[in-house]
Write a protein that binds this ligand. Sequence first.
Ligand code: ATP
Ligand code: MG
Length: 576
Amino acid sequence: MRASHFLIATQKESPADAEIISHQLMLRTGMIRKLAAGLYTWLPLGLRCLRKVEQVVRQEMDAAGAQELLMPAIQPAELWQESGRWNDYGLELLRLQDRHLRDFCVGPTHEEVITALARREFSSYKQLPINFYQIQTKFRDEVRPRFGIMRAREFIMKDAYSFHIDQPSLQQTYIAMHQAYTNIFTRLGLEFRAVNADSGSIGGNTSQEFHVLASAGEDDIAFSDNSDYAANVELATTLAPNQHRTVPTQTLQKVHTPSHKTIDAVSQFLALPRSQCVKTILVLGVVDEHGQQPLVALLLRGDHHLNKLKAEKHPLVASPLTLAPEQRIRQEMDLEPGFIGPVGLKISILADFAVTTLADFTCGANSIDHHYIGTNWERDCSYTEAIDLRYVVNGDPSPCGQGQLVIKRGIEVGHIFQLGDKYARAMNANILNEHGQKQAMWMGCYGIGISRIVAAAIEQNHDAKGIVWPIAIAPFELILVPLNYDKSYPVKHYTDKLYDDLQAQGIDVLLDDRSVRAGVKFNDAELIGIPHRIVIGDHGIKAEVLEYHNRNTLASQDIPTAQVLDFIKKIFTKIV
Ligand code: ATP
Ligand code: MG
């Protein structure tokens, strides 16, 4: 491609309304332009990146045996009424009417349409399993579109749907999709993790999200530094302690802590680390035989945070988790919140694992303005049960038994999900099994945010000068920067020949033949992030050396003109 025939719409200024680096760089490089909130035009430069992502996804989906089709973006309301989602989906669903006043929506996803197709096409188990995919524009009326195309309203998704006669068959395709996704994100040169999106307790995982690790991510991911284990921080578990409790050295002592109610205040006042202080949170229990909700105490180390999801899963605790009203604490227990602790407490006590290994700890003394120091289990108090109650923290042992947990932000770029027979049942998508009986089909769905990947890749690969593309997504693989191209015959002649040769090699090359200053060309090449650059000038041609520059390592080297083509061929055979 010649730059003179290609829109290079770079801009110097960082746009004021772009909060994150990928959004800024996509605007500054001229990859996208905003039309309205969450609606973007992909300019030629950006579209090249998008198409490259699509190509990798398409190749890996085809290789995994999925078949491409294309469904309409507009979907009739009847299908959504059948599945029950016309009411349930909420305001993200953009609804519209045609000239006959029939209801439609703009597809945010395609489970209904594909299930309607499957029930029409398939009648026997012999036609299954089958896996369809499409690469298509979706619309979701996001409550807060932001970060450019990262969370847009209109965006491009690869969505796949598989149909099966039973769960084992679904499981097989699910595993194949997991592998295909792993191949895709590896080929795209991204650092990613497959994250458990459900608790994964029975029968293995039924849903996993693929996250690209980057600080702009909206989710916290906990993963092992020494295995494949990764989970959303909400779901990452802590293990029961395997070490023995430290031996008590102190006697129980009640100390005056006037008005010091919070862990921070108490630990400062007593000059003790927060990890030696135990906080007691009173919550409502499940309704008992008298129709009452007894209070339940949750104990955590002062430096740990309660994970509500974990607490409300316990059979003694009411769900959703509800803090005990202060009035009830005052009336029933004659206590003031902030001074509660396990010593002498006559309600169920659920202690987080980490609390149970403490010795000589500090806790509320169950009397106003007082705390105990030197508290010890068994000798001074006890708990009903030790459980996992808290959010994991950096350095916790990984629940898989290998390595330690690291917590980082992640951008969700893909999601694989075993749907089971939910849609097939609701929509009567039945099939005859090998015993001639009618049954609902089993279904899996597998999404990839094609457009979001482009932004996620930039979040992970940039420096002060601009984007540093992984080669698989780069809009161009190599840029030729001739100096004095307009005026110097040797430069023009040499450059044109090299350009033709490189194209003949199948290399995606941009020839910057624009009549602009050399500095502008260099800045643009660096901002746009083209991985390889060759500079051609009169001086170099005379001396028979050209300068090669690598955008990733920032290293430059002189290459004898006679060897330039071989040098480039070598680079590309190494990486392809
Ligand atoms: P999120 O939690 O980010 O809203 P989701 O759970 O709604 O994602 P899915 O319904 O699983 O997403 O869609 C599949 C993929 O589509 C996601 O993994 C994500 O990469 C992409 N995606 C979802 N919503 C958007 C959006 N508003 N803009 C761009 N990509 C999106
Ligand atoms: Mg969403």
